[in-house]
Ligand binder design. Structure first.
Ligand SMILES: NC(=O)c1ccc[n+]([C@@H]2O[C@H](COP(=O)([O-])OP(=O)(O)OC[C@H]3O[C@@H](n4cnc5c(N)ncnc54)[C@H](OP(=O)(O)O)[C@@H]3O)[C@@H](O)[C@H]2O)c1
Length: 278
């Protein structure tokens, strides 16, 4: 996977069309505006716009425009994958020769998008994750053969507004990406739940166990984020030989432990992704 070149959004003249301003589309919209994209350059199609979208509409964003479709410089598709069959085809009216289509729909393949949109459309499929809501997500993107270098930079810029960006050389990797980073936040939340239960089992009051588990995972995550050291070194730094952490890690690293469980869980999620893809 290559490091993307990021293009600042303040230089992007649009129009940028967002289809679906729900949780993820809304987070992207907030990110774009925070990165300097003027609301007047944005068009949103959303049946049930929230307060934030309506507020941007008062600042010039075009919400559910009627009349003849104008050619968009970029279209971001953030509707649910189940909605795609009816939502994607009408977006073809906004596609011109220079339009980039960026889809973040889980499991919806480039092949599906190519069939639903005009011939030769430049398409990027990306998979973000929920920390996007606080600008700390990570997205992996993959492009079809029609995407130019300029459009690739634009896609990187649009995704960088909600966090880090990586590019995959092949679409086949997207099931494993979805299983690791797309679903990954749920594994971390489960870790907090499991640590809470284990703390209660070790005799702690429930409220204290929940607080300790939550703050420990959040703090360790932030430490990892800010540190230049890798996770294994950070782990070794808090593990003295023969101590309490070492005793716990012996259980976690042993047979049937973390590595084995996560390998199995991520392989199962990737397999489910392949079954659902279309
Ligand atoms: N949330 C995540 O963590 C995450 C992570 C990776 C990828 N994704 C992908 O991001 C996409 C959006 O997920 P989400 O969690 O943001 O879902 P969401 O909150 O349900 O947002 C989807 C929005 O699209 C609207 N919509 C429905 N039909 C539409 C149409 N024809 N044209 C325009 N908008 C339409 C929906 O309105 P109604 O509510 O009225 O139907 C809703 O507001 C999904 O494809 C998902 O796979 C999400």
């Amino acid at each position: 996977m290559k490091k993307p070149a990021i293009k600042p959004l303040s230089k992007f003249s649009g129009p940028l069309l967002l289809a679906g301003a729900g949780k993820m589309g809304g987070a992207m919209l907030d990110g774009w505006v925070a990165c300097g994209l003027a609301p007047k350059r944005i068009v949103v199609i959303e049946p049930q716009p929230g307060k934030a979208v309506k507020a941007l509409a008062r600042r010039g964003l075009k919400l559910n425009p009627k009349g003849k479709a104008v050619e968009a410089a970029a279209i971001v598709i953030a509707v649910k994958p189940q909605t795609a069959p009816e939502a994607v085809t009408p977006l073809g009216a906004y596609v011109g020769k220079a339009t980039l289509v960026l889809s973040i729909m889980a499991g919806r393949t480039i092949g599906f998008l190519e069939k639903s949109l005009p011939p030769d459309t430049a398409i990027v499929r990306a998979m973000p994750n929920t920390p996007a809501a606080i600008g700390r997500g990570i997205s992996v993107a993959v492009a079809n053969a029609k995407v130019s270098t300029r459009q690739r930079k634009l896609a990187s810029g649009l995704l960088a507004a909600i966090g880090k960006v990586e590019w995959a050389a092949e679409e086949v990797l997207m099931d494993a990406v979805t299983a690791l980073s797309g679903s990954g936040p749920a594994y971390v939340f489960l870790l907090v739940e499991a640590m809470t239960k284990a703390g209660i089992a070790a005799g702690l009051p429930a409220r204290l166990a929940a607080r300790l588990a939550r703050e420990t995972v959040a703090g360790a995550g932030e430490l990892l984020h800010r540190s230049t050291l890798d996770a294994a070194t950070l782990r070794q730094n808090v593990t003295s030989p023969g101590g309490t952490t070492a005793a716990a890690l012996e259980v976690l690293i042993g047979p049937g432990g973390f590595d084995e469980l996560l390998t199995k869980a991520i392989a199962t999620a990737a397999r489910r992704g392949r079954e659902l893809a279309g």
